[in-house]
Design a protein around this ligand. Structure first.
Ligand code: ADP
Ligand code: MG
Length: 337
């Protein structure tokens, strides 16, 4: 007799959770992505103790019916892709079908969801179903994660201070708000409002909500287009600088990505205009056929591989340089008289 056995689902989910659910911020990221994919126009995030005690996300999106509400907690269960063809043309933030399964395996979850026709309540603990029953008819989804990592003490121990964990989540919500100005976001920590955006659709207003009106006024719009890509967004006047590159936010087809080479290209395009060792504030939306972008690189979906990368880099360099040199030459900068 062989000695190999297939793992049961809660166990394999818990292993997957090791990669997908690194800290409270990763939970917020996956749940907000789900709310966005469900077409929500208002998303509320409520944290208690930086999310370590609880994380609640309330959306007004499409919701789920009773069968889907249960199935959503199974690994590899997704409504977003159906075949290999779809995998190369991803238009949603999610597609791996493993976030809810992973999160549920390392926490206690209560889910209220309704598609407007019927409502469902689901309660899971450590990946096991505790209860499912009929629930309220309010259209949308309200999901609450209690006691994250209650059954993975080593991971819990690894958490940094509450302030550090909260800082990561605020940073994340800021990026979502910049990427989706048409969605109203609200973040509450221990009942205190940390961020609230109007959902007016104007990036400039979100910039003011996050960085303040004075800075938003000094951000100039840019736009550029090549054969395969379009870039647009806002770039700070050279007089507004920061000490690190964390203020260069990149969104590829709505997804916040970390891409060292693009950040570096933005910096190079600014270079001679900036004081030594200072960095600009930039919000850049990059649009291109999903076929040109591969987000299936890491479970966190924050890294991306791009086809026609050189074309995109040239476009970004040219667009930023043109934009900045135009305002520096025709001095819009208010200099003291
Ligand atoms: P993925 O987002 O990769 O599909 P998830 O585990 O995050 O995987 O979610 C599984 C499925 O549950 C989604 O494909 C979606 O159909 C459904 N779902 C999850 N969250 C929501 C939500 N807030 N509103 C509506 N449907 C949701
Ligand atoms: Mg998801």
């Amino acid at each position: 007799m062989g000695i190999i056995q297939l793992m049961d689902e809660p166990l394999s989910n818990k292993i997957a959770a090791g990669e997908v659910v690194e800290r409270p911020t990763s939970v917020v990221k996956e749940l907000v992505e789900n709310a966005i994919d469900a077409g929500s126009t208002a998303i509320e995030v409520l944290l208690v103790e930086a999310g370590l005690t609880s994380i609640q996300i309330v959306d007004n999106g499409a919701g789920m019916d009773a069968d889907d509400a249960l199935l959503s907690f199974s690994r590899h269960a997704t409504s977003k892709i159906a075949n290999e063809h779809d995998l190369f043309r991803i238009r949603t933030l999610g597609f791996r079908g493993e976030a809810l399964a992973s999160i549920a395996s390392v926490s206690k979850v209560t889910l209220h969801t309704s598609n407007g026709e019927n409502g469902t309540f689901v309660h899971m603990e450590g990946g096991r179903l505790i209860e499912q029953r009929v629930g309220s008819l309010r259209k949308g989804t309200d999901i609450k994660i209690d006691q994250l990592f209650f059954n993975t003490p080593a991971r819990l121990k690894y958490m940094k201070t509450l302030q550090t964990e909260l800082g990561h989540t605020i940073d994340l919500l800021n990026r979502f708000a910049l990427s989706y100005p048409e969605i109203s976001f609200k973040l509450l920590h221990d009942e205190r409002v940390i961020l609230q955006t109007s959902g007016s659709g104007e990036i400039k207003r979100v910039l003011a909500d996050i960085y303040g009106v004075a800075i938003a006024k000094k951000m100039i719009p840019f736009e550029g287009e090549s054969h395969d890509y379009k870039v647009s967004g806002f770039a700070s006047l050279p007089e507004i600088t920061r000490a690190n590159k964390n203020y260069i936010s990149l969104f590829v087809n709505g997804r916040w990505v970390k891409h060292y080479a693009i950040v570096n290209t933005v910096y190079r395009a600014y270079h001679t205009f900036l004081p030594l060792e200072r960095q600009p504030i930039v919000v850049m939306n990059i649009k291109g056929d999903p076929y040109l972008t591969d987000v299936n690189v890491h479970p966190s979906k924050q890294q991306i591989r791009l086809s026609k990368e050189k074309e995109l880099m040239d476009l970004i360099y040219e667009t930023i340089q043109r934009t900045i040199s135009a305002v520096v030459r025709a001095p819009i900068i208010d200099k003291p008289k």
